[in-house]
Design a protein around this ligand. Structure first.
Ligand code: PGA
Length: 254
């Protein structure tokens, strides 16, 4: 039986609500016509979520966010809760992206709390893990991703763990055009699957300079279920092309 695939756009801090609407109009019909085996999500800036929620209502493209706070409400200026995201129909949310860990003080503990809060609201966390170039060169990739996965699972029951998506994103490959090799990513994702333990078929994605022309090679690897895509997701036609090639890779590996 062929695997199911998942492709999530990470728009980062790009696109106003007007841009997001124009994107959704171009993207959703094409995405809807792609294989029913793939889940496709747009993880947008918080300010775009209300407009996208409306625009994606009759589409199978899932609405995604990029961050949340773990408390349901309260005096937390500038934050948005998982419950608030859920009220807009958000179905998945990136947690622990390396940019948030590096620039905004995200820690393994805050990742674990956000993961619990999201799952409690029925939102699938896309937990990002990955090593720095120094860690990679020092042969520490396996221990780094294993400890990040264990930390994210810390507060979860066996049943909750099944709701996780993990994205392996080597930090040095993000936004640099220097993707990891598909074979090396496949091996590291194997370590991530081991760290996830007992989960029969967890969804694990690759992220870091995935493009239309390398998506097939990544997705043809048996451990890679799809991609978390930054710059190559910003153009709707380009992201569709990437997904199509990725699905060819999934089929080739099946
Ligand atoms: P990139 O970003 O595709 O632009 O490398 C991926 C990510 O940061 O999730």
């Amino acid at each position: 039986m062929s695997r199911s695939a998942c492709f999530a756009a990470n728009w980062k801090m790009y696109k106003t609500p007007k841009d997001a609407l124009a994107y959704a109009r171009a993207f959703a019909p094409a995405a809807d016509s792609l294989s029913a085996r793939s889940s496709i999500a747009l993880c947008a800036p918080t300010i775009d979520l209300a407009a996208l929620s409306e625009a994606l209502k009759s589409s199978r493209v899932a609405l995604g966010a990029q961050n949340c706070f773990w408390e349901p409400e309260g005096a937390f200026t500038g934050e948005v809760s998982a419950a608030m995201l859920a009220s807009l129909g958000v179905r998945c949310c990136i947690v622990g992206h390396s940019e948030r860990r590096r620039l905004f003080g995200e820690t393994d503990e805050s990742v674990a709390r956000k993961v619990s809060a999201l799952l409690a609201e029925g939102i699938r966390p896309i937990v990002c893990v990955g090593e720095s170039l120094e860690e990679n060169r020092a042969g520490e990739t396996r221990s780094r991703v294993t400890s990040q996965v264990h930390a994210a699972l810390r507060h979860l029951s066996e049943e909750q763990r099944a709701g996780l998506i993990v994205a392996y994103e080597p930090i040095w490959a993000i936004g640099t055009g220097l993707a990891d090799s598909p074979e090396a990513s496949n091996q590291t994702i194997g370590y991530i699957r081991e760290a996830l333990g007992g989960l029969e078929r967890a969804t694990v994605l690759y992220g870091g300079s995935m493009k239309p022309d390398n998506a097939l090679a990544f997705c043809a690897q048996p451990n890679i279920d799809g991609g978390l895509v930054g710059s190559a997701s910003l153009d709707p036609a380009g992201f569709i092309a990437l997904i199509e090639n990725g699905l060819r890779g999934i089929d080739a590996a099946a």
